[in-house]
Write a protein that binds this ligand. Structure first.
Ligand SMILES: *[C@@H]1O[C@H](CO)[C@@H](O)[C@H](O)[C@H]1NC(C)=O
Ligand SMILES: *[C@@H]1O[C@H](CO)[C@@H](O)[C@H](O)[C@H]1NC(C)=O
Length: 454
């Protein structure tokens, strides 16, 4: 008994000592380049002055604790990218915070929401094997339940399998990849040819066809979402990366009238019934409320309505008349596809100027919102001085500064909208998602998802 007790105490002391030696989050420096090689690392590259990095800190600690306690082989570290800027740029760090998983000579960027669960899931997915085997029917069914979109390689060793592994090791940042033998799949399935790459989604399965679908990696990239989704700012950004156009029903979920539900159902039906026609070029979904879309297009869409976005060039398309029927919707989508629909917006020079003005206004509004006094001081004082000067020069009647501010406010937006604006604007600066978790203080262009390092 005493022995057990003694060894228990020893164990506790040892555990305590080892955790003291090996912190949950390790502080990294210059030596990291040499010491990292044999391990898988999840690293937060931060800058001491960056607010979003500070917000990430407690989350990062939790990530460290969770990965350690679950026995994951992933080591968690953080590096002051301003102190070790040479190292940081070698890893392609261009904004703060940057989260990367380093595995061998590959570096995977994390771009999802900065929550513990999301980051831990990412680390476990990417650190594990690129292709995971599904050895039994039970395993297959279990995974079918867990994943809305499931990629499976079916068959034996082949050049296609090698290609699949390559694609998997690159795109594992987005989704899981599995392999199975034909016996594991449902009996009802009949694949015309083996080996094959199949995606299970939307209650059906679709097979990769080299001749029709182009490269395997672009096919996977396009098929990694369900055909129909609820869309928010973050998903819209992710969908954009597939290069597809996004057809969205803008609706008010809280409004119980038939109109909203009908439009949503129409888009859903088109997504399913016209999959053959449109799946290659379109992603479908609905969005609750028009705030996000409005700030995106710097205009106003009615609710409910349909809009098609080309996220590659920031153009958008609106139906010439409200959509009532399936035929009208299909017509509208076809007209966008064959280029006969009128395009609005875009990323031309005029749109950019408009964006700058739009963002400047949002910035002013957000300064007023977070600190009215500072706003008055920054914008009111100069206006007041100018007004006084005008008064002096012209001896004409003149507004004082606060009136100017009021009118600015009046032509501006309501509080709630401002919030959206602000987020949208942040997303814009990012060129990225805006779930409010994802801000990044960018210091240059984005790097590709996976980057070879040496
Ligand atoms: C969407 O934008 C891309 C990039 O500019 C362009 O190549 C493509 O033709 C556009 N699609 C449509 C339907 O306008
Ligand atoms: C494009 O598609 C629309 C809708 O199907 C059709 O009315 C129109 O004639 C087509 N235009 C061209 C140039 O093919």
């Amino acid at each position: 008994m005493a022995e057990v007790k003694a060894s228990l105490i020893a164990g506790v002391v040892l555990a305590f000592l080892s955790s003291a030696v090996l912190a949950f989050v390790e502080d990294l420096d210059d030596t990291f380049k040499d010491t990292r090689v044999n391990d898988i690392w999840l690293v937060d590259f931060y800058a001491p002055w960056c607010g979003y990095c500070k917000k990430l800190e407690p989350v990062w600690y939790e990530v460290g604790v969770e990965l350690r306690s679950s026995g994951s082989p992933v080591r968690v570290g953080k590096m002051d990218a301003t102190a070790y800027s040479g190292m940081a740029s070698e890893f392609g760090v261009r904004g703060y915070p940057t989260i990367k998983l380093l595995k061998g000579d590959l570096a995977y960027n994390y771009k999802g929401p900065r929550t513990k669960d999301d980051i831990v899931e990412f680390a476990n997915r990417v650190a594990g094997p690129a292709v995971r085997a599904l050895p039994s029917k039970q395993m297959f069914e279990h995974m079918m339940k867990r994943h809305d979109v499931l990629f499976v390689y079916v068959g034996w060793e082949s050049p296609l399998k090698e290609k699949y592994s390559d694609v998997a090791s690159e795109l594992i940042v987005y989704t899981y990849f599995f392999s199975a033998s034909e016996e594991v799949l449902p009996e009802s399935m009949s694949l015309p040819e083996l080996p094959a790459v199949v995606v299970f989604k939307d209650g059906a399965y679709f097979t990769y066809d080299e001749y029709e679908d182009g490269s395997l990696s672009s096919w996977v990239n396009k098929e990694r979402f369900q055909g129909y989704l609820q869309i928010d700012g973050f998903t819209l950004y992710e969908l954009g990366e597939t290069g597809k156009l996004v057809a969205i029903a803008v609706i008010d979920e809280k409004d119980p009238t038939e109109e909203n539900g009908r439009l949503k159902a129409l888009i859903q039906r088109v997504a399913k019934e016209y999959r053959e026609h449109f799946n290659r070029d379109f992603q479908f979904g609905h969005m609750d409320g028009n705030d996000y879309i409005n700030s995106l297009i710097m205009g106003e869409v009615t609710v409910p309505s349909v809009i098609i976005l080309n996220t590659s060039n920031e153009q958008y398309f609106l139906p010439s008349e409200p959509i009532e029927t399936m035929e009208q919707l299909v017509q509208f989508i076809s007209s966008v596809l064959n280029g006969s629909a009128q395009a609005y917006g875009g990323d031309g020079i005029i749109q950019r100027i408009k964006r700058v003005a739009f963002d400047a206004r949002s910035t002013i509004m957000s300064v007023f919102r977070s600190s009215p006094l500072l706003g008055c001081f920054l914008f009111g004082l100069p206006l007041g001085v100018i007004s006084l000067m005008c008064y002096g020069i012209c001896t004409a009647e003149s507004d004082d500064g606060s009136d100017d501010i009021d009118s600015l406010k009046r032509e501006g937006l309501t509080d709630e909208e401002e919030e959206e604006e602000e987020e949208r604007q942040r997303a814009d600066e990012l060129g990225g998602p805006d779930d409010g978790e994802n801000e990044e203080e960018d210091v240059g262009e984005k790097d590709p998802e996976v980057k070879k390092t040496d």
